[in-house]
Design a protein around this ligand. Structure first.
Ligand SMILES: C[S@@+](CC[C@H](N)C(=O)[O-])C[C@H]1O[C@@H](n2cnc3c(N)ncnc32)[C@H](O)[C@@H]1O
Length: 224
């Protein structure tokens, strides 16, 4: 099935609200489990960057898992960041370790060679040029940084995409079902991501793994 682009930013109030209200517990828990495999120990003082943070559920889970780390969280959608801020306002202990940045990547606001963790969930498929993500990973990370990028995988057929929409968004709003369907069509196949890593010179550090019936993960540690 051919890739079909979707808009990069989720910047309507309705879209952001539908996304924030949906239940992503299963996939967001998987993200943190994969991260713990990469970094099982404590990470005192570690600095993380979450790219395309949306309503900040991954950021909050990360900061709970690593209570001595901090996180900069970037998104180009102000409605998403308003929802993220509202959630953080209810969690002062977490909020003081989190900085929200409203910007689209490629971003001139991010410090270079600065982050010990570079994280992203469900951003890659939004990007019209995926190399924007891999360049940002390379530019912002420290030597030895841990990288975890998880995303949807493009299904082999429209029928399979529809089956996933039915299975995972049966009880969700029509806005969310449409976004999920569009995201599946916009996502990459694992082989395409492998080729992206090779083009970016990241293939020896980062591995592409299929981690569920609809997700792939790019994970590893950059050279120290
Ligand atoms: C599907 S949501 C994922 C949100 C969050 N990472 C999560 O897992 O819940 C994708 C997010 O990426 C943001 N986004 C898309 N393209 C972007 C870009 N070029 N720069 C920054 N954010 C972007 C969208 O606005 C949206 O909030």
């Amino acid at each position: 099935m051919k890739r079909r682009l979707e808009p990069e930013l989720m910047d309507t109030d309705e879209q952001a609200a539908a996304y924030a209200a949906a239940d992503f517990n299963e996939s967001n828990s998987l993200f943190i489990d994969l991260l713990k495999q990469l970094s099982p120990g404590s990470v005192d003082g570690a600095r993380a960057l979450d790219l395309g943070c949306g309503p900040a559920d991954i950021v909050i889970r990360f900061l709970r898992t690593y209570p001595k780390a901090s996180c900069d969280a970037v998104d180009g959608s102000q409605p998403m960041l308003d929802l993220a801020q509202a959630e953080l306002d209810r969690l002062p202990g977490i909020a003081q370790r989190c900085r929200l940045i409203c910007d689209s990547i490629p971003s001139g606001q991010l410090p270079q060679a600065h982050y010990d963790f570079v994280l992203s969930n469900s951003l890659l498929h939004h990007l019209h040029d995926p190399q924007v993500l891999w360049r940002t990973v390379k530019e912002t990370s420290t030597a030895g940084a841990i990288v975890l990028i998880m995303d949807l995988m493009r299904p082999a057929s429209a029928g399979w995409a529809e089956a996933l929409v039915e299975t995972y968004t049966r009880n969700e709003s029509e806005v969310l079902r449409t976004d999920f369907r569009n995201s599946l069509f916009a996502a990459f196949e694992p082989a395409e991501v492998t080729a992206q890593l090779a083009a970016a010179g990241l293939e020896s550090a980062l591995e592409v793994k299929v981690v569920s019936d609809r997700h792939l993960a790019v994970m590893g540690r950059l050279p120290g």
